[in-house]
Design a protein around this ligand. Sequence first.
Ligand code: HEM
Length: 458
Amino acid sequence: MTSTPPRPPGPSGGPFGAMNLIRFQRDTLGFLTDVAETHGDIAYFRMAAFHFYLVNSPAYVRELMTPSAQGGKVVKWGRQTATWSNAVGSSTLTMEGEPWKSHRRILNPSFQATIVKRYLDVVTRHTKRRLDAWQTQAHPSGVEIEMMFEMMRTTMGIIADIIFSVGDIERDAADQNQALTAVFEVLTARTTAFQQMPLWMPTADNRRIAKATEVIEAFILPMIAERRRTGVQCDDILGDLIAAKDEETGAQLSDREICNELKTLFGAGHETTALMLMWTLHLLSTNPEIQRKLQEEVDTVLQGRVPGLDDLKRMPYTEKVLNESMRVYPPAWSLMVRQAVDDIQLGGTTVPKGSVMLIPMWTIHRDSRIYPDPLRFDPERFDGDWKKRYPPYAFFPFGGGPHVCVGSHLAMFEGQLMLPMMIQRFSYEPVEQPEIELQALLTLRPKGGLKIRVVERK
Ligand code: HEM
């Protein structure tokens, strides 16, 4: 008979950890913060059938993420990836093992730092179009803009152009946005549901996700079919994926596989980037001194021009602002969940086979032991050799290890172009509105959106 190794402390949550599940579902971030603050670097708690370890220390996160560290015994959480792939199809985001390696090898070339530069024109063109629209609304005292949807439609336009060369997504933006929101909401709830209803049952959630998938696929599938039919070759990701061969196996993706990858890239590739920019504008609107400093950098370097590739390295403060914004509000806060497929050691703790490890960017990025006065927005934290000042995995908005975000270079490239363009033409002020309520879905959203006053700069 095998005995369970001693577990680290954590909230008991009563029978089956039911209270933990209720607290987690009611206020996910509050619950995780409370567990981390009360129980330290590693805590154990149960929720329904699952045994969770909250890994609240950069050193332990490193042990989990470094490819060789746990000898292949750590994988993405099976329930999370199965929930997503059963409902919307499997892709690089949900795969593990050899199939994942093959898909990742196929995706990587399209997203290298040097390659994403080919999208300079796409990013600046879509951003300019959005800013021109704000300008026509402008009033001397500014206009209130619901920034979450505004950033989403902009980054959705960009990613649609990058992936499928769709130059204007405006007609489809609202439907696609609504469909993706439904996917995020239903999948978040399903992942942690006490009991998952089979997808064939006609429940409200099942109908919602089926409808949402239909809307997204009705947008994507005809584009794949059209490319196959016409044989037209485009310099975009759909073109890359149709042509791509796994360099090791020679395998090519089927249309179904391409569709599933494109759905992921379309969703993951704009929602997170939009939230990064929206939270950044929010933080700048509430920290006018920092906004002024950013304006100075942008005005000095660009002198009113649209940014070009050479300008990016001449605007280091822009990068610091984006990093600090993602420290405070990590857009993809929830993606870092792993499962032990065998017993593993984490520090002095044995984490038994089957346990699920939550790697909470939210609490590590806000840990006062690493970041003094952690809630203060201070881009100088990312000054100079910050990578040496903080331990590895003290800041990891794009994850790490072999599964590190494939789109990280693209996301930063977009941010470093879009933010200066937005700062160049407008300033941002807070709007009186009910206190922001965070909605911790797969991504970190403000519930009901977030308004910001946009004032044209003289
Ligand atoms: C600010 C923007 C973004 C943030 C904060 C972000 C964050 C993340 C994080 C935390 C992960 C999980 C890493 C892990 O499990 O270790 C991830 C994975 C992924 N991201 Fe992003 N992401 C962003 C933008 C993008 C973009 C622009 C794309 C593509 C167009 C993208 C595509 C993906 C894919 C395909 C994966 C799965 C990678 C794998 O498992 O191999 N992301 N991202």
